[in-house]
Design a protein around this ligand. Structure first.
Ligand code: PLP
Length: 354
């Protein structure tokens, strides 16, 4: 039983759709229609009036592409962080010769609004504005869901474009996409499809900003996805597109309210069971994500994870970086956001702890 916070278990309907012979993405209109249906259906998941595009490439492609498409050499970018993915955006900015200003908070705290406002005000005062700011909705390695609203208010006030990594929240909990200039998702988290596709909802002003600059890359440039009437920028990952189309249709059939509710209930039950087992949450409960729960167990996470796999055939994840052996993560996302499966996982954690 694969119960990690991505890549997630893939239901048979999605695997079957991917196993079929696919139409040729460069030649057959049938494929373009499938792609366009996928993008249109994704606007419902994103709950947005913005364009949605789906380039071929694992979720990291989207993060890098957002930076590559908006940041010219020398451009300043405000990287707002309280986790590993938040910090990582600053590296992408450097890779594309931009100048990141990293404003970080502790990994178990919310964003530092005062420091963010101070950085924006200082940039304004010196007439060296930020071209964009980066944020992460759900910091998967620490199970933290960030409240984006107050930061987006500040970015609006200073007229700074927003790039949000919503890879592990999109499709599991509401994302305020219409307030975001580039909002990124990926196939292998709450969609329960395999890794391979990035999703991006892009505002008109973000497209305009992309058009105004010289592209510095090909594969990581989002602009060619704006209009695919003359074809895709490169051969599309046809089987992945077919699989994600089924995954998104399944979400729409269930209805997004019900999907979000299912994630909330699974998360709540996970925390309840954790408390009964004497486990400590890593983030404050108010910031704990509906898609992934991070339990803090310093120096024990890997041992427990290995025992769960060896004795119960249940695969969970630990964390990354300095918390690699300190956090055990239960990925109740996508089709795994179900009470019955969750109880089974928590029963096994209890047995291993005993
Ligand atoms: C999974 C994930 C990504 C995509 O990267 P992976 O290589 O699949 O880990 C990006 N951002 C976040 C927050 C993620 O959880």
């Amino acid at each position: 039983m694969l119960y990690t916070p991505g890549p997630t278990a893939v239901p048979p309907e999605i695997r079957e759709a991917m196993a079929r012979q696919q139409p040729n993405s460069a030649v057959q209109a049938e494929f373009t229609e499938l792609y366009e249906r996928l993008c249109a259906n994704l606007t419902t998941v994103y709950d947005t009036a913005h364009d949605v595009v789906v380039p071929g490439g694992e979720g990291i492609l989207g993060l890098e592409a957002a930076i590559a498409s908006l940041v010219a050499p020398g451009d300043r970018v405000l990287c707002i962080s309280n986790g590993i993915y938040g910090d990582g955006f600053a590296d992408f900015v450097e890779n594309y010769d931009g100048e990141p200003t990293l404003v970080s908070a502790a990994y178990n705290e919310g964003y530092d609004l005062e420091a963010i406002e101070a950085a924006l005000a200082e940039a304004d005062a010196h007439s060296e504005p930020f071209v964009a700011a980066t944020l992460v909705h759900c910091e998967t390695p620490t199970g933290t869901l960030n409240d984006l609203g107050p930061v987006l208010d500040l970015l609006d006030a200073y007229d700074v474009l927003s790039i949000v990594d919503a890879v592990s929240s999109l499709g599991g909990t509401p994302v305020p996409t219409d307030r975001i200039d580039i909002c990124l998702g990926a196939s292998q988290k709450c969609f329960s499809a395999p890794p391979g596709l990035t999703t991006a909802a892009i505002s008109d002003r973000a497209w305009t900003a992309m058009e105004a600059r010289e592209p510095t890359s090909l594969y990581t440039n989002l602009l060619p996805w704006y209009d695919i009437s003359d074809g895709f920028p490169y051969t599309h990952l046809d089987a992945n597109v077919a699989g994600l189309e089924v995954a998104v249709s399944r979400l729409l059939e269930e209805g997004m309210e019900s999907v979000y509710d299912r994630h909330e209930r699974a998360a709540e039950r996970c925390r309840e069971r954790g408390e009964e087992l004497g486990l400590e949450l890593y983030p404050d409960e108010s910031r704990s994500s509906p898609t992934v729960t991070a339990f803090y167990m310093p120096g024990e996470a890997k041992t427990i994870q290995q025992r769960l796999e060896a004795d119960y055939d249940i695969v969970l994840a630990t964390s990354l970086g300095e918390y690699a052996d300190d956090i055990l993560r239960v990925g109740h996302m996508g089709t795994n956001a179900e009470i019955e499966k969750l109880e089974q996982v928590m029963d096994a954690i209890g047995a291993v702890l005993d």
